[in-house]
Ligand binder design. Sequence first.
Ligand code: BEZ
Ligand code: FE
Length: 287
Amino acid sequence: MDFTVDTATAAVEASFDATPDPRLREILQSLTRHLHGFVRETSPSIEEWNSAIEFLTDVGKTCTDTRQEFILLSDVMGVSMLVETINGQDVGTESTVLGPFHMTESPARELGESIDLLGGGRACVVSGTVRSTAGTPLANALVDVWQCTEDGFYDVQQPHVQPEGNGRGLFRTDEQGRFWFRTVVPSHYPIPTDGPVGRLLQATSRHPYRPAHVHFIAAADGYEEVTTHAFVAGSAYIDSDAVFAVKKGLLVDFVETDDTVLAAEFGVEPPFIHARFDIELQEKETL
Ligand code: BEZ
Ligand code: FE
């Protein structure tokens, strides 16, 4: 049959009919329909299509062992959050993007230890309890945290300034499911803008900033793992995250307190900043 604008989609869809894996077949045929629909709707010139291909080529060339520009593209297009939200647990703590800075293993730390290896910042304690969605505290749960400094940089972005593992910690909850650690209040910061994704943001008058947050991955045997953030309520860019990751339920007040009992419990001098972030995990379905 002649290839025409009207027959193109059916022809390409049919070319995948014999794909043995039914899920792969479904995905490729759906991709064909949507991709062709996009091309029909926008009717790109050959020049425009070539620049789209050049852009994607550039995205690929920017990727290295420590830089994943395709993930960044997926992030700024809101696709990472869409996939995360579709796959996230329907009850309990909501999930958000993993982001590109969980690239090194967090060092195991004792409860109460500081993840701020630089010192000198405003003392802050983050504490919480990991529970099942039925309310049972989960002892021995893993709580992996990572965050940037008060200046908005992760350790891996400043290898000559920050010690390795700064802003990172892997904690185990106590018998009552509790975790707590000392840190500094993270800052908002820009996602990497020195590549094609940065050019895309600039060409579309979009800013590159993420509101201040602490990353978490919480895991316990028999429960769904959750990748999420505690967002600093009131942070700059809280209403316009460059990667669309903010959810209302993840806003956390970082409050200055001079409560001496709380300070003694956490082993800090008052006044200090306290943030409470409880995490709820959904039980895994047993088949
Ligand atoms: C982050 O929060 O670390 C992050 C997430 C998406 C893109 C860039 C950074
Ligand atoms: Fe981050």
